[in-house]
Design a binder for this molecule. Structure first.
Ligand code: ACO
Length: 323
């Protein structure tokens, strides 16, 4: 059975760091409130001349280098983003050009904070079907540009950054001992469209809009949906929670992450958490966390890694990966 294996990870965080204390000078909030409710201490903010494609490019170059590949080896680029450089074309096409890649195809995926899991699932399917041999999957966001900096309920939660992985094809036996992506699980429920949304868009207001969120409702759905999708991923692979080596969740809120880890009976030292320094970077948060844990040697070949995410739409999903 053909599987997709992660050959390399990369990440990029803009230089400027905005701490909770600095933010508290701009809006009516405190470090204590933000830390206690979310686990966030600081976030990175893209420079005025940095676009989502620039962040994506830097992360991609690092992922390609770790994989020992050139951009010309890649057949497909999938960029998960909610903050594309332009309304169209896809930011992935810009990244393709910036990498100097003239073959293959590139497109964006919009599933907000679940975007990376969606993009990974799509790229995995291209590889398993034999329509691609190598894929570059990127989560990249300049989410700070979607924020209303007067809305303390949302502007304290998000940050900018990009992460990327390179996928290649390997042959497996078709069971849970294989290396690579063992399964992906995607869901959405558009009935909750308005609970976490931008209040504008090219087809409605003609403006980009700003992030609006019913925080408590999002929290409630996130805890339930993530618990359900994690169970689904375990059952699909005939695995028990104790067999999972690492949980690498979307980084929206420390309390949501702890809720999922508790459900899996996973101790905090088996969960990759970057939220304190990165805040919520939407589609970039999982590949940023993967790159961090890969670089510092936490993720080891053969280990089982469970990814999960939930975002606007609502969208949610999980991926079971043997590193
Ligand atoms: N600083 C100080 N006070 C604040 C702030 C702030 N930054 N923001 C809100 N408050 C106040 C509110 O005005 C409210 O005051 P009131 O009681 O006088 O009315 C009080 O704090 C409590 O507000 P709540 O919204 O009830 O606070 P809650 O405990 O729900 O925490 C939070 C808010 C952190 C946003 C939480 O609901 C949450 O994490 N929700 C999930 C959000 C999330 O994860 N979103 C992203 C997931 S999907 C994605 O990634 C796109």
């Amino acid at each position: 059975m053909r599987r997709s294996v992660i050959l390399g990870c990369g990440s990029y965080l803009p230089k400027t760091i905005l701490t909770n204390d600095e933010l508290a000078k701009r809006v009516d909030t405190t470090d204590e409130w933000i830390s206690k409710r979310t686990g966030i201490k600081s976030r990175h903010i893209a420079a005025a001349d940095e676009k989502t494609s620039d962040l994506a490019l830097a992360a991609s170059r690092e992922a390609l280098a770790e994989a020992g590949l050139d951009a010309t080896d890649i057949d497909v680029i999938v960029v998960a983003t909610t903050t594309p450089d332009n309304t169209f074309p896809a930011t992935a096409a810009k990244v393709q050009a910036l990498l100097g890649m003239t073959k293959g195809f590139a497109f964006d995926v919009q599933a907000v904070c679940s975007g990376f899991v969606y993009a990974l699932a799509i790229a995995d399917n291209f590889i398993r079907l034999g329509q691609a041999n190598k894929a570059l999957v990127i989560g990249a966001e300049t989410f700070s540009r979607l924020l209303d900096w007067n809305d303390r309920g949302t502007c304290v939660l998000f940050g900018d950054g990009a992460g990327a992985v390179v996928l290649g094809a390997i042959e497996g036996k078709g069971d849970n001992t294989d290396r690579g992506i063992l399964s992906t699980h995607l869901h959405s429920d558009g009935r909750h469209y308005d609970l976490l949304a931008a209040d504008g868009g090219p087809g409605s207001t003609g403006t980009t809009g700003h992030v609006r969120m019913e925080g408590q409702e999002v929290f409630r759905h996130a805890v339930q949906n993530l618990a359900d999708v994690v169970d689904e991923a375990l059952a699909a692979n005939n695995l028990k929670p104790e067999q999972i080596d690492w949980l690498v969740p979307h980084q929206a809120n420390q309390r949501i992450i702890e809720g999922t880890a508790k459900k899996l009976h996973m101790s905090p030292d088996r969960v990759v958490v970057t939220i304190a320094d990165h805040a919520n970077t939407s589609a970039a948060s999982i590949p940023l966390a993967l790159a961090a844990a890969s670089k510092d040697g936490r993720l080891k070949q053969g280990q089982l890694v469970l990814l999960d995410a939930m975002g606007g739409g609502f969208t949610w999903g999980a991926a079971m990966v043997r590193w």
